[in-house]
Write a protein that binds this ligand. Structure first.
Ligand code: ADP
Ligand code: MG
Ligand code: MG
Length: 880
């Protein structure tokens, strides 16, 4: 088996297409070398080695060692150096790299190959003792913490102490002799912590680092990240061993991270940060404040790369252009400049905010770099949520506490927590929380996930906090340096204010502002790029998009978001208003026909107004109204006071009503007296609703001069006979109204398909239905025999243990529930080829489920108003 793939120095065995085998980093290093970019030579140990390693009880394949020796030999030749050589040592980095980037999840070791002997060789070959000893101390620090497990802060403590004693503030001010002392102390820390001396043999170092990368694939941080992002553990990580280039050899050297466009806004500007005389992680670690790449946006006190290293900057501009054209997407690039010569160390599709994803997709399509269809697929539908979220009300009063970097946009307001654990505790209690840290590390990821927003006091736009928050869609303000955080006291202080954990603050991730207290928010704007993308999506999607809405506000939101009608109006929600619930209770609590008729009569005008309002807002678009569905027990008077009110209104004794109440209560209401069963035992209720619908439709048609076509939907049908009975009753009410008003009306009557029996006998049911709407919430409950309200205690464990691929109430269970939907579609259409088919469960707004509904050929999906844009985009993607 070939376990190793070389790259660089004209010997490239991989390419960008091989990311499953080589990991993203390795595949792209090979690809960059393929297209002629300067990549330091090295080799990739494949992800298959990782899998083999875990399958064989953490042992390597037999041929691995000799293959590594061969590959290392090639690198030595290309570099003209030898690994472990006392005079001119080859140094390497050992870098992890999975199929998908897992930022900060696994750790890189730089400068590997240094020891007490080779460091002298490096002094001689570079002619720069300060550089050599700086590299050595970095190596011990990284290797010590990543591979040997010595706590990071041990090293930091030593360094801080050394700087204090030497009276030097900046790392770059330390001399060769200073670093030599630090190295000595570092080594004794390693000896103390591990009980063994620091490994001097470069080969041992290399195997130790390789083992640590593979080991880190299963560390808790990586496991958490994988769980959050649905990445299977079986993918494994690759290991890249790469010859070092040095950004820490002086003032004509640098290291940096840049994006080909602004990852926060998407603007087409060259965006990035770099540090002179620094190595690798320095830029993201926040030890020194990085400087901007381009001069255009630099403030006078900054030192942009464009000015400091003009030659390398010009090279970078070319690379920016080349890589974007090559990958046809925004790139996140790592580079190092050694003695004015540019080297590329990584490229990948850059993580971006939803706003940036949108803007970049549209700009690139307009620039002709990608097609309109590509652009549609570039924006993850679920990320639109972020754009639909509120922004700070520009008119609201506010007190600004501080300003940091606008690291991830949106407005977030919440209570302060200073640790990931505190965030989780508070979030679990339903609080909105802002995580406040000096800086974040991978240990904080779970807290960032549970938080509304993240505020750090140190670090730049490419700091851990910024990158992770953008990826997760959390608001982030980074590097708000004027704020002092005291973890011990659990306070932050700034400009005379001191806030405790639990106090409210507000972040504006779009401007970087931090405000005192709660600042009110307003709905976002839906114009510009957003409406452009929606327009493109609408032009390719086949599925219709409707909304589930019953209140005028929801209906208006739905229209604003582009809904093409209402797919589900749940009439029961209209029964709970304070002016109505009394009549509803009287209606169900009395057994006297006259009293019931009176109560129902009182409800008629309310319902007529409800429906008129919806018809008006939807202006001729289809409106599907479901007749009363829930078990009556949901409307029963609860306490004694409510019971007394109903008794008084009905002129009956409280005792009689109490008896009636217990007669009506059910052991299992979800499968009880509900849906069309109600319409069958209390035909007056449905008759009232149908009359209200008809009268409203006629009135609004007249007033608008445009026909309203109501769609009446019968819930919980299991047999054709049920539907026939209810349908006949509805039709006779409609006929009555039309006769009274001497009018005409076009309407349809259809049914929900939400019981397995309905799907199985859909061919029969279709004979009596003008349309089907799959009620996938109930269909999931009834197919899996799973009550949604009770599933919370065990369903998460099912998903965790892999017994179910995902929560079937969020994403449709294709094999079970989906098969019934497919059967319902096929049988229904076999009877009636033009039967209108839709879905109105929660799944109507879920992108994965939508692709299934496209596949089975439904006519439309209906979802909650805020999901309408998501559904528009997802159905466009499903159609492509
Ligand atoms: P991460 O995935 O955390 O970004 P990387 O493997 O990309 O880790 O490396 C961390 C840092 O070290 C990056 O800044 C990278 O550019 C730098 N680096 C990695 N390998 C080399 C090398 N061979 N020479 C110089 N710098 C390197
Ligand atoms: Mg990197
Ligand atoms: Mg239902």
């Amino acid at each position: 088996t070939k376990w190793i793939y070389s790259f660089g120095a004209g010997h490239n065995e991989g390419n960008a297409g091989m990311r499953n085998l080589l990991g993203g980093k390795g595949a792209n290093l090979a690809e960059m070398a393929n297209i002629g970019l300067p990549v330091p030579p090295g080799f990739t140990i494949t992800t298959e080695v990782c899998s083999a390693f875990y399958e064989n009880g953490r042992a390597y394949p037999a041929e691995l060692e000799s293959q590594i020796e061969d590959a290392m030999g090639r690198v030595e030749k290309a570099m003209g150096l030898r690994f472990g050589d006392a005079n001119a040592p080859l140094l390497v980095s050992v870098r992890s790299g999975a199929r998908v980037s897992m930022p900060g999840m696994m750790d890189t070791v730089l400068n590997l190959g240094l020891n007490d002997e080779t460091v002298e060789g490096l002094v001689r070959s570079s002619g720069d003792a300060r550089f050599a000893w700086d590299s050595y101390r970095r190596f011990i620090q990284m290797y010590g913490s990543v591979v040997l497990g010595v706590p990071h802060h041990r090293f930091e403590d030593i360094l801080e102490q050394a700087k204090r004693e030497l009276g030097k503030e900046d790392d770059t001010a330390l001399s060769a002799e200073d670093w030599q002392l630090v190295v000595k102390d570092y080594k004794s820390i390693v000896q103390n912590e591990t009980g063994k001396p620091f490994p001097e043999n470069p080969k041992d170092q290399l195997w130790g680092a390789i083992g640590a990368v593979f080991g880190s694939w299963m560390n808790p941080r990586a496991n958490t990240y994988r769980k959050l992002h649905d990445i299977p553990a079986s993918w494994g990580t690759a290991v890249n061993v790469q010859s070092m280039v040095f950004g820490n050899m002086g003032d004509d050297c640098a290291t940096g991270v840049c994006f080909t466009r602004d990852p926060s806004t998407g603007e087409n500007i060259f965006y990035g940060e770099y540090l002179i005389n620094a190595q690798g992680e320095d830029v993201v670690a926040g030890i020194r404040t990085p400087q901007p790449m381009s001069a255009e946006r630099a403030t006078p006190d900054q030192n942009p790369m464009e000015k400091a290293l003009p030659q390398a900057y010009q090279e970078m501009l070319k690379v920016r252009e080349l890589l974007e054209r090559h990958y046809k997407d925004m790139q996140d690039i790592e580079f190092t400049v050694q003695s004015n010569k540019l080297y590329l160390l990584q490229t990948r599709n850059g993580k971006r905010t939803a706003a940036a994803a949108l803007r970049i997709a549209i700009d690139m399509a307009r620039e002709g770099l990608i097609t309109q269809e590509d652009a549609i697929t570039r924006v993850p539908p679920s990320s639109l949520d972020q754009l639909l979220h509120p922004v700070l009300d520009p008119k609201a009063e506010r007190t600004q506490l501080a300003r940091g970097l606008p690291a991830s946009p949106g407005a977030a307001t919440g209570v302060i927590a200073f640790s990931a654990e505190d965030v989780e505790d508070r979030a679990a209690k339903g609080e909105d929380v802002i995580l406040v840290r000096i800086e974040t590390s991978p240990e904080d990821v779970h807290g960032m996930h549970a938080a509304r927003g993240v505020l750090t006091t140190r670090g730049g736009m490419t700091s851990h906090a910024a990158v992770v928050a953008r990826g997760m869609g959390r608001v982030c303000v980074a590097g708000a340096g004027s704020i002092a955080v005291d973890y011990k006291a659990q306070t932050l202080s700034v400009g005379g204010h001191t806030l405790k954990a639990g106090d409210w603050i507000t972040l504006d991730g779009g401007t970087g502002a931090v405000y005192l207290g709660r600042v009110p928010t307003i709905p976002p704007s839906l114009s510009g790029d957003f409406s452009t993308l929606m327009g493109w999506a609408d032009s390719v999607r086949r599925l219709g998009i409707r909304a589930n809405a019953e209140t005028p506000e929801d209906a208006e939101t739905a229209r604003r978001f582009g809904a093409e009608g209402i797919g589900l109006c749940r009439t029961e929600h209209m029964f709970f208003g304070p002016d109505r619930i009394g009549h509803v209770r009287q209606m169900i609590m009395t057994e006297e026909p006259e009293a019931r008729a009176r109560a129902i009569g009182a409800l008629l005008p309310f319902q007529r107004d409800d429906f008129s309002a919806l018809f008006r807002i939807m202006a001729g678009l289809p409106v599907t109204i479901r007749l009363l569905d829930p078990p009556l027990h949901e409307f029963l008077p609860h306490g004694e006071a409510e019971l007394k009110d109903v008794a008084a209104a009905l002129g009956q004794s409280v005792d009689a009503l109490r008896a009636r109440r217990s007669a009506l209560s059910e052991a299992n209401p979800m499968l009880g007296h509900r849906g069309c069963r109600l319409g069958i035992s209390y035909p007056e209720i449905y008759a009232m609703q149908v009359r209200a619908i008809t009268e409203a439709a006629l009135a609004v048609s007249k007033e608008a001069g445009k026909a309203v076509i109501p769609e009446i939907m019968i819930p919980l049908v299991g047999t054709k006979a049920e539907l026939d009975l209810v349908r006949k009753a509805c039709e006779s009410v409609i006929a009555d109204v039309l006769k009274e008003q001497n009018a005409e009306l076009t309407y349809t009557i259809g049914t929900m398909i939400e019981l397995p029996r309905a799907a199985i006998t859909a061919d029969q049911i279709a004979e009596s239905a003008d349309f089907f709407s799959f009620g996938t919430n109930d269909l999931t409950q009834t197919t899996l025999g799973l009550s949604r309200d009770d599933a919370g205690s065990f369903l998460p464990a099912y998903v965790e243990k892999g017994l179910l691929p995902q929560d079937p109430f969020i994403s449709i269970d294709r094999e079970g529930v989906g098969a019934l939907v497919r059967m319902g579609v096929e049988k229904g259409r076999a009877t009636k080829p033009d039967l209108k088919l839709g879905i109105c469960g929660e799944h109507g707004g879920d992108p994965l489920s939508i692709s299934f509904f496209e596949e089975v050929g439904l006519d439309y999906v209906s979802c909650s108003p805020f999901r309408v844009p998501v559904a528009r985009l997802a159905s466009a993607q499903a159609a492509l």
